[in-house]
Design a protein around this ligand. Structure first.
Ligand code: PLP
Length: 377
């Protein structure tokens, strides 16, 4: 087993069907090992510019895009610190664990944070959002597109315009869907769209990206105590010269440029979205065939991570371990949902063939567990 997890010469041999970090392709690993100039050099600036422009294409935006040395949670905190003043109310629309986390960040940063949401497994529908917004005035609204704990994808095209019409700034955490699901930032007028790179972008963890609207930047200028490390105003100043305020993980940015080039110019962004849609559909068909109910309400299932209800009374922990011994990592349910649900990540560079092979193994593992149960009862 140790050889699968940690192989000194070859790294991990596990096939990751996780909601991140995910399998990193060979061409990305190669880029990571190349030498670089310093972050205060013209070659670096050229590379940074390519990353910025690539992210803009990926997000369908002309807004500036920043690169942060952190995971997504760092930018979630940055949004709260940069965009909410003391005398303002911030609304956190939560549909699961990561929505709850954003609210907690709001509270821990001393903001006037209000959490509203729906039962886990459900999505934010337009009428729910309208109703919530009719009760009060919020200066900023925070929400996930794809909630990784429940496997629900919110109807972004329907709810974002409602939030924008309320006059609030809108920040969207697209961590587990960016580069897997189309989201058109400028069309939807999203002020901040953020994500870490270890999910559908298939890069190693350690970097996060965000698009920032002019409106958000102007707001940040008026907010006190933005902190230093994640100050949007300082980021903008450095971004203008294709730099970051502090030393970034330069090899990661090189790899990001290569991966964006692959996505935009080799696979093709629309093809990538189609592939993720197919991966989602295929997993849901498999679940149906196995008599496993989906945890998300129908019509709002994620195409990057599938959360299945444990409707056939499996020992999910045992199933995950058995899959590990066969070289695959799938994951148990998130937090309190462990054993009540389990999750299959199908994001990044996973192909339909990879998925089919994994599902075949998983089917065998589940069948063996069920047979065993029958014979011991
Ligand atoms: C939707 C969502 N938001 C935020 C996070 C936190 O990301 P990170 O670990 O990169 O901070 C995750 C991680 O799984 C996530 O899925």
């Amino acid at each position: 087993m140790a050889d699968i997890h940690f192989n000194k010469d070859q790294g991990s041999k596990l096939k990751l069907f996780t909601p991140g970090p995910v399998f990193v392709p060979e061409w990305v690993l190669k880029e990571l090992s190349k030498p670089n100039d310093t972050h205060r050099s013209v070659p670096y600036q050229e590379m940074h510019k390519q990353a910025r422009e690539g992210i803009q294409k990926l997000l369908y935006t002309e807004n500036d895009c920043f690169i942060f040395t952190s995971s997504a949670t760092g930018i979630m905190e940055a949004c709260v610190r940069n965009l909410v003043n003391k005398d303002e109310k911030a609304l956190f629309l939560s549909i699961g664990a990561f929505g709850d986390r954003w609210y907690e960040i709001g509270v821990k940063n001393g903001k006037n944070a209000i959490k509203e949401g729906v039962e886990w497994g459900k999505a934010l529908k337009p009428e729910i959002v309208k109703d919530i917004l009719s009760k009060d005035h919020y200066s900023a609204v925070f929400l996930q597109s794809n909630e990784t704990s429940t496997g629900v994808y919110n109807p972004m095209e329907e709810i974002i315009p409602i939030i924008k019409d309320s006059g609030a700034l809108v920040c969207v955490d697209t961590t587990s869907s960016i580069a897997g699901v189309k989201i058109e930032i400028d069309k939807l007028r999203i002020d901040v769209c953020l994500a870490s790179v270890q999910k559908c972008l298939a890069l190693p963890p350690g970097l996060a990206i965000a698009s920032i609207s002019q409106h958000a930047l102007e707001k940040a200028e008026k907010v006190e105590n933005r902190g230093f490390y994640f100050d949007f105003v300082y980021f903008k100043k450095k971004s203008n010269s294709n730099e970051t305020p502090t030393t970034p993980p330069i090899p990661q940015i090189r790899a990001l440029v290569a991966q964006l080039d692959y996505i935009l110019n080799e696979e093709g962004i629309e093809n990538r979205f189609i592939r993720h849609t197919r991966l989602g559909k295929r997993t849901r068909i498999w679940a149906r065939d196995m008599n496993l109910e989906m945890f998300p309400e129908k019509g709002y299932e994620s195409n990057t991570v599938s959360t299945m209800r444990n409707s056939i009374n499996l020992d999910c922990g045992k199933m995950v371990n058995e899959m590990l011994s066969k070289g695959y990592r799938i994951v148990n349910g998130y937090g309190d949902l462990a054993n009540k649900t389990f999750r299959i990540g199908h994001m990044g560079e996973i192909t339909i063939k990879d998925l089919e092979e994994m599902l075949e193994t998983l089917t065998d593992v589940i069948s063996a567990q069920r047979l065993n149960k029958i014979s011991t009862n």
